[in-house]
Every structure is written in C-alpha cells, then in structure tokens.
Design a protein around this ligand. Structure first.
Ligand code: PSU
Ligand code: MN
Length: 306
C-alpha cells in the first residue's frame, strides 16, 4: 500500500480478519457542527457502530497522513481546530500531503481513503451534489464524480435542498450510480423524509443492500452506490421551516457572491443560525441512524464476502 496511508491497528486487524468496518468522514466534525457537539457526536457515532457489530474508521488527514481510523485524541483535535482544518476534496490532496498539513475529509476524500484501505461501507449525513443555479455557476460537488468511480457504498440521509435535487439525480444517472431508498421510494431531503423525487430502487433490509453491492463488485463495475436513509420521523423537521431557511441561505450566498469550496459550509452554517438548535439535533440523530444501518450492512457484506 502507499506510504501516505496510515491504518489504525484496530481497523487493520478487523480488515485482515474480514470483519465489518464502517468509514466515517471528518468534514462533518470540523466544519459540520460546532465544538463540543461535533466531538461528542463523532464519538457517539463510533460507539453506535460498535454497538451494531462493526468497527468504526473515522477518516481524516493529519500531518499529511491519510488516516483510516482516528484515535479519540485525534477526533478531539480535529473538533477543536474546527474550521481552521482545511476542507479537503480530491484536488486538495497533493498539496496538503506534500506540506504535511491536516485536512478534513469530505465524502469524496473519505471514499478515496476508505477504498485505499479496503473499507467498503461509509456512513455520513449528507452528500454534495449539483447546486441550484449550476447551469450558470457550474458548481457541482466532486462527491458525484467520486461516486462514479470509487467502489464504496455511501449511506446518507439524502441531500439538502441547498442543492438542485432533480439535477443531482440526473447527474448520478448519467454516471451510472444506483440511488437506493432504504425502506422508501422517495429520495429523502436530509432534514425531511420527503423531497418529491423518486429513488431508482427501494431496498428494505441490510442484507439486500449488501447483496446489491456485492453484485456490483462481482460485475467489476466501477463506482459506488448511494443509499439514502430517511431521518427518523420523530426527528424530522417541518418542511416549511427548513425550506424557508434554505431559501434565505441560498439568497444570502448569492448576494455575497460566495463561491467555490466556501459555498456548502456557508449554506450549512447559515441554515443552522436560522433554525437554531433544532436543525443540529436533527442532524445528530440522522447521522446516528445512518451509522446503525451502515454497521448492519457492513456485517452482511462481510458475511457475503467471506
Ligand atoms: N452536505 C451536508 N453536510 C455536509 C456536507 C455536505 O448536508 O457536511 C459536506 C460533506 O463533507 C460533503 C461536502 O462531502 O460538504 C461537499 O462539499 P462541496 O459541495 O464543496 O463538494
Ligand atoms: Mn462546489
């Protein structure tokens, strides 16, 4: 393997024994939530994965090393450093690594490092996609290209309607990425269970998710699979409240001319300000929900690949 990759002892052992491992991203820690909730959540998510029979591998770049499996101290470090950690997508890796810097991994770089380490299942909150207005800005997240080329199953709660969800689905279709609804026919929209858009397939059990992903691997098809898992009913937010906040955030970003890698973090922070603690609580709960499903699915996949 490459000399930049550093797999923790626990993760290395689990992988060598064919045990289930679930990757977790670090942008959600340093950019997605405030301290100390970010660290508390990251550790709770890891515990939830253990409770459901898998080994967690929080992924990040620390001192130029691609880490698959962070210690509690490393998670604490990333959480405290917060926004000062560089948000690292695919294009950021060469310079960050050469300079031995820290980086918070997005869905893109978490998938890349998971794949390098041999991890097949990854749980997160929301993915990046085609932004509203992309027909003129061309703002399309690198996450979609990564889903098109890297063989990792990404379990998320859908995508926020800061994105153009219809165009995001069109893009994934073009790139050959299956979009699965877990126990739903409708694409969930992160804070809400419904978006008005259909997924490609509904799958109702972790075993069937694992079977579909194994078939993809067996066929030698490149790219990942996107599993969208709706936020539990009791934590979902009223659609009008969240959509109003999203519209306001998008309008302000346009007014201020926010662009490039700042766009997504700006919108997420703005929505959090506008909705107070409610959206943070929902965010935490949906990540825990995805961690449970990911651990169960990783366990089924480990069985199938034995
Ligand atoms: N969307 C969310 N929450 C997030 C992100 C996106 O609802 O935390 C983060 C993820 O790390 C994702 C990244 O991979 O933002 C996408 O950023 P961009 O749109 O700049 O590609
Ligand atoms: Mn972008």
């Amino acid at each position: 393997m490459n000399s930049y990759l550093s797999i923790s002892e626990e993760v290395r052992q689990a992988l060598s024994e064919g045990k289930p491992v679930v990757a977790l991203e670090s942008t959600i820690i340093s950019h997605g939530m405030p301290y100390p909730q970010n660290v508390e959540t990251a550790l709770r998510v890891e515990q939830t994965i253990r409770d459901n029979g898998a080994v967690p591998a929080t992924i990040a770049i620390i001192g130029g090393k691609l880490k698959a499996g962070c210690t509690k101290e490393e998670i604490e470090y990333l959480g405290k450093k917060g926004q000062a950690v560089i948000k690292a997508s695919r294009r950021d890796l060469p310079v960050l690594i050469a300079r031995r810097e820290d980086g918070a991994t997005t869905v893109t770089t978490t998938m890349m490092i998971a794949a390098m380490a041999g991890i097949r299942v990854f749980a997160t909150g929301g993915i990046g996609g085609v932004h509203r207005g992309a027909e003129t800005t061309m703002d399309i997240s690198a996450d979609l290209e990564e889903l098109a080329q890297t063989p990792v199953m990404v379990i998320c709660a859908g995508a926020k309607s800061i994105l153009d969800l219809g165009l995001t689905l069109e893009y994934l279709e073009t790139k050959g990425v299956p979009v699965i609804g877990y126990q739903t026919e409708e694409l969930p929209a992160f804070y809400t269970r419904k978006s008005g858009f259909s997924v490609d397939y509904r799958i109702d059990s972790p075993k069937e998710l694992a079977e579909a992903f194994k078939a993809k691997l067996d066929l030698g098809l490149k790219g990942g699979m996107l599993v969208t898992n709706p936020i539990p009913e009791q934590y979902s937010m009223p659609a009008d409240v969240i959509n109003k906040a999203i519209d306001e955030a998008v309008a302000e970003a346009n007014r201020l001319g926010i662009h490039g890698k700042q766009t997504t973090p700006f919108l997420l922070a703005k929505i959090k300000d506008l909705t107070g603690g409610d959206s943070l609580d929902s965010n935490i709960q949906l990540v825990l929900n995805n961690a449970r499903l990911a651990a169960k699915t990783a366990a089924e996949l480990a069985n199938l690949l034995k």
